[in-house]
Design a protein around this ligand. Structure first.
Ligand code: GLU
Length: 514
């Protein structure tokens, strides 16, 4: 049987270096074993998925030199490769489970689930669905589902254990009794991740699932689904995560996590790909600089080490410098510079911002330099408005970040609105918010229009600069950040989807920041 592996990213934000890392290892495994590497788009979260993120993801992976054999752009024999185009398949499979008595229709309202959760919290019980609808007769539920909103839930065994055989970790046991009755199909007819991933991995002939360790806790649900469908599960390998220097899971609050950041800050795709090949994995020879082909020739998943690698920006920088100096001729470097930002398309975006701010042509480059810089230097004096404290300014910058993350689509007006929200939240005059931001983004107190500049720099580079500025002012402690986040969220509520997700969604084990 030929090896088939896949990545299944969700197009819900800027493509993450963690996705590239998992993709790289999947591609290497496929190449080493003469198999196929599939790219499937998990866009079942209707509220957060966007086609432009998918586009962006494909471009970012291609920039790194990754190449898939089947995918939404290439097609293939197991399409469609976008889950939103496969809904009838999930619905049929959910119905099959219901008819076999392995799943059931649940009519509990958001209000009931919220009250249940509140009660469980009050009694300090673990949160989870109380199986209220589990034993309703099928004849009754078939009647009710004609006109009542409902989801489909997986019946978990009441006792016993599930055993995951992970190629790197050996057997991992889970008590069924501790697992929630997972929603499989949401009230909008879309599957949850758990149903879709199993149905698709099976129908696409996936032989090996190689994914991040954050999915380990989901595996018992997946294994149960394989069993209920009567299918043989793929072989599972959960790769260790990438870490921040302090050992915590790599997050955009500490490190730039978006592939785009690295491209925009002037790194080379092959250098970043080489660097990711060193994450939790030894170099193929003496040198830590190697080609993909050298790496693949001796690729073996058994060499993955479980410790967790720190994503070290200094080391990446060192490697990138070697790629620039050793691998590029002058002509090739010129080509890279043009492809990057020294091209008409990018310069044409800068010209209108500069047009009225120049006395001679010689003013253009110096005033625009911050658009091309990997980072800018800013002084504490410029970051703190008069009569304000440094810690206050740090907190304001933090809320600017959160506000900008909610600015969708990321355009001038959305950025302006985000910054106004921050000024209202702190009751600070807008100038006291924009002043420090000029310094953080441009390294200078005045410059081209701020909102447009932020949009052109992009969210990822802007975020990195704001974080650098916060660090110049001493940073924000975890505790302060958590308190502030609570206040900020209370002041700027965003809608939740209680009914569709159900208590089980916590099992997805993802933090909001990712
Ligand atoms: N959609 C999941 C992700 O975003 C896929 C996890 C898996 O590989 O099963 O990573």
């Amino acid at each position: 049987m030929s090896v088939r592996v896949r990545i299944a990213p969700s197009p819900t934000g800027s493509p993450h270096v963690g996705t590239a890392y998992i993709a790289l290892f999947n591609q290497a495994f496929a190449r080493r074993h003469g198999g196929q590497f599939i790219l499937r788009i998990e866009d079942t979260d209707q509220a957060r998925s966007r086609p432009e993120y998918e586009q962006h993801l494909l471009q970012s992976l291609a920039w790194l030199g990754l190449q898939w054999d089947e995918g939404p752009d290439l097609g293939g024999s197991c399409g469609p490769y976008r889950q939103s185009e496969r809904l009838p398949l999930y619905q049929e499979h959910a119905r099959q489970l219901v008819e076999a008595g392995h799943a059931y229709y649940c009519f509990c309202t958001p209000q009931r689930l919220e009250a249940l959760r509140a009660e469980q919290r009050r009694l300090k019980l673990s949160l989870g669905y109380d199986r209220h609808c589990r034993d309703l007769p099928l004849a009754e539920t078939d009647q009710r589902r004609q006109d009542e909103p409902h989801v489909v839930r997986l019946k978990m065994p009441l006792e016993g254990k599930s055993v995951l055989q992970d190629t790197l970790r050996g057997a991992i046991e889970f008590e069924y009794g501790l697992l929630d009755e997972q929603v499989l199909l949401k009230s909008d007819g879309f599957p949850t991740y758990h149903l879709a991933v199993v149905v698709d991995d099976h129908l696409m002939g996936i032989t090996h699932v190689i994914r991040g360790e954050e999915w380990i806790n989901s595996s018992p649900k997946h294994l149960l689904l394989y069993e209920r469908f009567g299918w043989i599960p793929p072989i599972h390998t959960h790769l260790p995560l990438l870490l921040n220097p302090d050992g915590s899971k790599m997050s955009k609050r500490r490190n730039p996590t978006s592939i785009d950041y690295y491209r925009r800050a002037g790194y080379l795709g092959p250098a970043l790909r080489n660097y990711l090949g060193l994450m939790n994995y030894p170099p193929p020879g003496e040198d830590e600089k190697f080609t993909f082909e050298q790496w693949v020739a001796s690729f073996d998943l058994a060499k993955v080490s479980l410790g967790g690698s720190v994503f070290d920006l200094d080391k990446l920088l060192w490697l990138n410098a070697r790629y620039l100096r050793e691998d590029l001729t002058d002509a090739a470097l010129l080509g890279e510079l043009k492809n990057w930002l020294l091209n008409d398309e990018h310069l044409a975006q800068l010209v209108p911002l500069m047009h009225q701010r120049m006395e001679t042509l010689g003013d253009f480059m110096p005033k625009c330099a911050f658009f091309f810089a990997r980072k800018v230097e800013c002084s504490p004096e410029d970051l703190v408005p008069k009569k304000r404290e440094a810690q206050e300014a740090v907190q304001v910058l933090q809320t600017v970040l959160w506000a900008m993350e909610g600015a969708l689509p990321f355009n001038r007006d959305a950025v302006e609105e985000a910054i106004r929200k921050v000024s209202e939240f702190w009751t600070w005059p807008i100038r006291e918010v924009t002043g420090p931001l000029f310094a953080a983004i441009m390294g200078q107190k005045v410059g081209p229009p701020l909102f447009e500049s932020i949009v052109l720099l992009g969210l990822d580079l802007s975020r990195a600069r704001i974080l650098d500025a916060m660090n110049v002012l001493g940073g924000l402690s975890k505790k302060k950040a958590a308190e502030l986040e609570e206040r900020w969220k209370a002041a700027t509520p965003s809608p939740t989807l209680l009914f569709d997700l159900g208590p089980g969604v916590a099992q997805r084990n993802r933090t909001v920041e990712d």
